[in-house]
Ligand binder design. Sequence first.
Ligand code: 4NP
Length: 157
Amino acid sequence: MVKVLFVCLGNICRSPLAEGVFRELVREAGLGARIAVDSAGTGRWHVGEPPDPRACAAAKGRGIDIGGLRARRVSAGDYTAFDRLVAMDLANHRSLVARSPSGAESRVGLLLDYAPESGVREVPDPYYGGDEGFERVLDLIEAGARGLLAEIRRDLD
Ligand code: 4NP
């Protein structure tokens, strides 16, 4: 079993979208029993809340339901519970590395490193933007999620 944790700041926009998109790709690939998916935030402001309504609507537009997710904060135990902690942007990547127990840093990655063709390294924070921001975010997340799944499949083979 490979366990993947997607991480953003609030765990109400980008990382729940990444969780939903990646879970769907895993399901389509028939790997639901071999790859586990979750998400969390480095910040604590939105703990317990469902994803932002704009994120839910954007996901629904692509046939993905993330309405049942609830925000939580990254915990120390996540570094042993998950094989990969995948950050949405560089600030959250830095936070994850800074909080990492020694030896676990190699588990921390950056989503768009799995989609070099996207030409960007960060999924932008859509919280203060408009709905079109969520479409861009979803496009980037889909690209990163596909690349990540391809890499994990190589590990599983
Ligand atoms: P997320 O978006 O990190 O993609 O969930 C944000 C959600 C909330 C805040 C910032 C970003 N906030 O400042 O409350």
